[in-house]
Design a binder for this molecule. Structure first.
Ligand code: DAH
Length: 326
């Protein structure tokens, strides 16, 4: 019996060595390892053996099975690696490779930076993890102001928080560089809003700050007007409605007229105003000598209205079918 096992092993090994392609390998597998294969056939002879012989026989057969399976596996992966098998049809047309593209928001941001760049604004950056000084105090937002409500902010340990507005960067820039200044800053801001079609707990703003001698509200309106024309087209306009922000006096809300599905419409984009003297004093700049304007616009708003996107969540779901459209 032992001889027969050896013989089967030798035959199987020789036959496997001769199998030259994927088809032959499969035929070998069926012949030796298949459910009706030769190993199974030999196993069935167990019943002819005595009680003492059976375990020895069983063990040898299992060992043989494992050895053959291992040899088969290594031949098969070798065959796959060397492209053994059906020949490759080199004349078959290939699949077109789709190139990646910028996310629609990144594209909007790049366009905004470009337009303000042409008007002489350089780009400043600030951290997303901020402290209360930069997010509130220096911006003339008093301790008891409702904007500080924990329900409207992502507070972290200590006095750290995720910034709720890019106005923080105005302070950082004024702390570091003396006027005159003309900067924009683009970045993420965070507010614990429940997600729906127009709200998301993270979004982007573009902040502007211009500080010089003799800057007036006319300069502010001119810059916003120029931006609207350059970005939305020659018929675009800017409208300012009186409003209140702690860090500007006077303050206004900014609407821009943009083309939406062929129609010109007013869209509210953010806030603006003349930098409040208290803000300048907080960063040791003399408000008697320097005046400035500031503005903050929502970027998702601009992108959504401009590209006809009705749900802000689409911007963050990374569904390729959506992203490919822009
Ligand atoms: N930070 C304000 C907000 O998030 C927007 C804003 C309003 C920014 C007026 C400004 C400004 O720079 O002058 O709602």
């Amino acid at each position: 019996m032992s001889d027969e096992i050896d013989q089967l092993h030798q035959e199987a090994a020789a036959s496997l060595a001769n199998a030259s392609d994927a088809q032959a390998l499969e035929a070998w597998r069926i012949e030796y390892l298949g459910t009706k294969g030769r190993l199974k056939g030999m196993m069935s002879r167990m019943r002819d053996l005595s009680k003492e012989e059976r375990p020895v026989f069983g063990q040898r057969m299992n060992a043989l099975k494992e050895t053959l399976e291992a040899s088969f596996d290594s031949r098969q992966s070798g065959a796959a690696a060397s492209h053994d098998g059906p020949p490759i049809d080199v004349t078959e047309p290939g699949l077109p490779a789709r190139s990646g593209k910028r996310h629609v928001l990144t594209r909007t941001i790049d366009e905004i930076v470009e337009v303000f760049g042409r008007m002489g604004f350089s780009v400043a950056e600030g951290p997303e993890v901020e402290d209360e000084w930069h997010n509130f105090n220096a911006l003339n937002i008093p301790d008891d102001h409702p904007a500080r409500d924990p329900i409207d902010n992502f507070f972290l340990a200590g006095d750290r928080m995720l910034r709720s507005q890019t106005s923080t960067v105005q302070i950082r820039v004024m702390e570091q560089s003396p006027p005159p200044l003309k900067i924009i800053s683009v970045g993420r801001v965070y507010r614990p809003d429940t997600h729906d079609a127009t709200h998301y707990s993270m979004f982007h703003q573009v902040e502007g700050l211009c500080l010089d001698r003799g800057v007036t509200m006319i300069d502010l309106k001119t810059v916003l007007f120029q931006f609207a024309k350059a970005y939305f087209g020659p018929e675009a306009e800017v409208r300012m409605r009186p409003s209140f922000f702690p860090f500007t006096e006077p303050s206004a809300e900014v609407d821009m007229k943009m083309k939406i599905r062929g129609q010109w419409q007013w869209v509210e984009l953010g806030g603006c105003g003349m930098v409040d003297p208290n803000v300048l004093e907080a960063v040791d700049i003399d408000p008697e000598e320097w005046t400035g304007y500031a503005f903050g616009l929502g970027i998702e708003r601009i992108a959504m209205r401009r590209y006809g996107i009705s749900d802000i969540r689409n911007l963050y779901e990374n569904d390729e079918r959506f992203l490919r459209q822009f």
